[in-house]
Write a protein that binds this ligand. Structure first.
Ligand code: ZN
Length: 161
């Protein structure tokens, strides 16, 4: 049942939405998605301030979503700075979440105003945000990847595969 990202070939990995792992938790399953915004080792990585702003905005978008709020467990940045992890309740595939992930990026690309929870009482590094570049990165990801997902943007390339 459990699927892990071990053995994926990062040299051939593209941008997209991948199942990083599925974990059995109690009687249910939690699916961790690899929302890969940059081709590993071939593209410039995301700025930490941009990943931080995406973390705040995507978390708010999903936690206020009429359908997905109750399924959303976690949103957070990858240490390698090439994408985000999003964990949902349920045994899910990229096709199941492609629409809501795209909507969340459209929301971020169009976001105006104050970044939610970017205050010293609510955030561990509240000055380290960059909404302007976040909007550019999110627009680019929608236009170049999320609006035209192909199988290779949803299935991991395997080592020796
Ligand atoms: Zn923060």
């Amino acid at each position: 049942m459990d699927v892990t990202s071990f053995g994926i070939d990062h040299e051939r990995l593209l941008r997209g939405i991948y199942v990083s792992r599925k974990d059995t938790v109690g009687n249910g399953v939690a699916t961790t998605f690899d929302v890969r915004m940059k081709e590993p080792n071939r593209e410039m990585v995301l700025d930490t301030s941009v990943m931080h702003t995406i973390e705040h905005l995507m978390a708010v978008y999903l936690r206020e979503h009429p359908v997905w709020a109750e399924k959303t467990i976690y949103v957070g940045p990858m240490g390698c700075r090439t994408g985000m992890y999003v964990i949902f309740k349920g045994d899910l595939e990229p096709q199941d979440v492609a629409a809501v992930i795209r909507e969340s990026y459209e929301y971020m690309a169009a976001f105006e105003g104050e970044i939610p929870a970017a205050k010293p009482t609510m955030c561990g590094n509240y000055l380290d945000h960059n909404l302007g570049i976040t909007k550019i990165e999110c627009r680019k990801f929608v236009d170049e990847v999320l609006s035209c997902l192909k199988p290779e943007n949803m299935v991991y390339p395997r080592q020796n595969g």
